[in-house]
Design a binder for this molecule. Structure first.
Ligand code: TEU
Ligand code: CA
Length: 557
């Protein structure tokens, strides 16, 4: 197997709004990112995935785009973008853009036209349906609470929006829509960006007839995901996109795919499929959802290690040699990794963050590091509703607590503290000065007060920091085909305390052992007296694993 550049790469994700403000308006921007590129280079990442930076009314922090070919003014100008891109290239960094084409903003010109009448050039760019008995055409609920349909009196019809009403779904059945998408993709690729992260790309092909979705007892709407994910024409659309655009450039693509299975992912990323390079699967971030189905992801229960192991190992084993994995613990939609999968107790936080990094970065696939993860940043632990900013969290509170009375307010706030997307969106913690060096003005979103303890400045030159540990993990991968390409062998799937696995490649074996508990435990996998490549304690004590201890060994077969 010849290694593709994106198989040997590590991606660093930047949420531009919260990365670095350069002009004191409290909002992160492109010149701010340009200033910080050397930091990302120092970490050792190869590629930067930028969350949306296009013109947008910001109903969903940029995931509602009103012009795909211009920059959101708060982030700067097209010149600022070009400067950033040039500077990135000079430093050997590639830029990956966020492609959001399941939906646009309702303020996009296409939609402004489309909603006027049933017979204008854009009338069929979106998914319009007549009312049924004076109601919405089916029971679909939006990902952001409420119905997935909104009535437009001018057309006397409803339009579909799987997310907010300000995010109408594009009609991919219309070949003109697909050509528009291919054309905007070429616009960015011709500038020199090196690929796309494709937002909810497995939702673009809707099932024929738009039938009702399964509805949990007591839930006001049907749950669309099982119905709209991996729809009937998805492979065809992705294949067409590949033929018309992707195959003409040397780029990487990762499709965000809630609800996809390994079998689906093999279809999209398979060596012969000519569709995408890899997908973001949701299995491990969907664990510990509420058993009361109408509460969905909102819960405060810890994840069982055996479930986490099962989820990650399944993708490792099933995609080996057939597709390619992306590896991630968190992103802008998920709580902070260390709080969620280990502990943010100050006593163990540093050890735990290193342990998680090791467990993920020694797997097969392309690793993604979300801004601040490399510092061991934690959840923000808000206690009040008015501290939240994210549309998903706020809408869910109003729907579940006030409208449905499915849960009481205090409990819901606990669930949000645990699961809200806002945990990931507080500004980057650069130093211990006012507002963590993120802005000289008033930040658009409050900082996590622990920035005085957890920040980049204190870590970059400290050899024992989480930052420098991540740097070593990335460096190890860059220099090892065993880590990049080796096959995966799970050890003791029923062990709920230790996550251990082996990797095999050309007569060499890598052994990875991570203690996910705050207790000392004993495990013997034959590691005694083996060569240790990396670990989060000064030395290895062989079979004795201290709290959150992790070690990686190289064994010769
Ligand atoms: O996320 C898609 C998605 O599945 C999320 O809505 C997810 O269900 C939720 O955030 C986790 O509970 C993508 C983007 O990453 C997200 O930021 C956008 O809000 C969404 O699409 C709509 O574009
Ligand atoms: Ca700014």
């Amino acid at each position: 197997m010849t290694k593709k550049w994106w198989q040997g790469s590590v991606v660093y994700q930047v949420y531009p709004r919260s990365y670095q403000d350069s002009n004191g308006d409290g909002i992160g921007d492109l010149p701010g990112l340009t200033q910080r590129l050397p930091y990302i280079k120092k970490l050792g990442a190869d590629v930067i995935w930028l969350n949306p930076i296009y013109k947008s009314p910001d109903k969903d922090n940029g995931y509602d785009i009103s012009d795909y070919r211009s920059i959101q003014p708060a982030y700067g100008t097209m010149d600022d973008f070009d400067t950033m891109l040039e500077s990135a290239h000079k430093q050997g960094l590639k830029i990956l853009m966020d492609l959001v084409v399941n939906h646009t903003s309702d303020k996009h010109e296409w939609f402004e036209q489309s909603r006027q009448s049933k017979d204008n050039p854009y009338s069929d760019y979106y998914i319009w349906r007549d009312p049924v008995d004076g109601h919405a055409p089916n029971n679909w609920g939006s990902y952001f609470s409420g119905p997935a349909w909104t009535y437009e009196p001018k057309r006397g019809q409803y339009y579909l929006h799987l997310f907010a009403p300000g995010q109408p779904d594009l009609n991919w059945e219309n070949p003109k829509v697909r050509q528009e998408v291919y054309s905007l993709m070429k616009f960015w690729l011709d500038k020199g960006v090196k690929g796309f992260r494709m937002d909810v790309i497995n939702l673009i092909s809707k099932p024929a007839g738009l039938p009702d979705a399964p509805q949990a007892p007591g839930a006001p709407y049907g749950n669309v995901e099982p119905l709209v994910s991996d729809g009937p024409r998805l492979n065809e659309f992705l294949h067409e996109m590949n033929q018309e655009v992707l195959s003409k450039y040397d780029i990487m693509t990762v499709g965000e795919m809630p609800g996809s299975t390994p079998e689906d992912a093999i279809e999209y990323t398979g060596l012969k499929s000519n569709e995408l390079n890899m997908v973001f699967q949701f299995e491990h971030v969907g664990l510990a959802a509420n058993p009361d189905k109408k509460l969905g992801k909102w819960n405060d229960q810890p994840i069982q290690l055996v479930d986490l192991k099962k989820a990650l190992s399944r993708w490792q084993v099933e995609l080996d040699g057939k597709g390619w994995n992306s590896l991630y613990w968190n992103n802008h939609d998920q709580p902070r990794a260390v709080s969620r999968f280990a502990t943010d107790d100050p006593k163990y936080r540093v050890k735990a963050a290193k342990m998680l990094g090791t467990t993920l970065h020694m797997m097969q696939g392309t690793p993604y590091v979300y801004e601040g993860e490399e510092l061991g940043e934690t959840n923000v632990h808000y206690q009040k509703l008015d501290q939240y900013e994210d549309i998903e969290s706020i809408n869910a509170y109003h729907q579940l607590v006030e409208k449905d009375q499915a849960v009481d307010g205090t409990t819901m706030l606990k669930y949000m503290e645990n699961m809200s997307r806002d945990n990931a969106r507080t500004p980057m913690q650069w130093d211990d000065s006012n507002n963590a060096g993120f802005t000289t003005g008033k930040p658009w979103f409050a900082l996590n007060p622990n920035y005085t303890e957890i920040n980049a400045k204190s870590q970059v030159d400290d050899p024992d920091s989480v930052f420098n540990y991540y740097r070593q993990l990335i460096d190890l991968r860059h220099n090892s085909d065993l880590i990049t390409l080796g096959t995966y062998e799970e050890i003791d799937p029923d062990d709920n305390e230790v996550f251990a696995y082996r990797r095999h490649y050309q007569g060499q074996t890598l052994l990875v052992i991570s203690n996910f508990t705050d207790q000392t435990v004993q495990r013997d996998y034959g590691q005694a007296n083996s060569k240790r490549l990396i670990g989060n304690y000064e030395d290895s004590q062989n079979d004795t694993l201290r709290p959150y201890e992790t070690n990686v060994y190289l064994l010769n077969d």
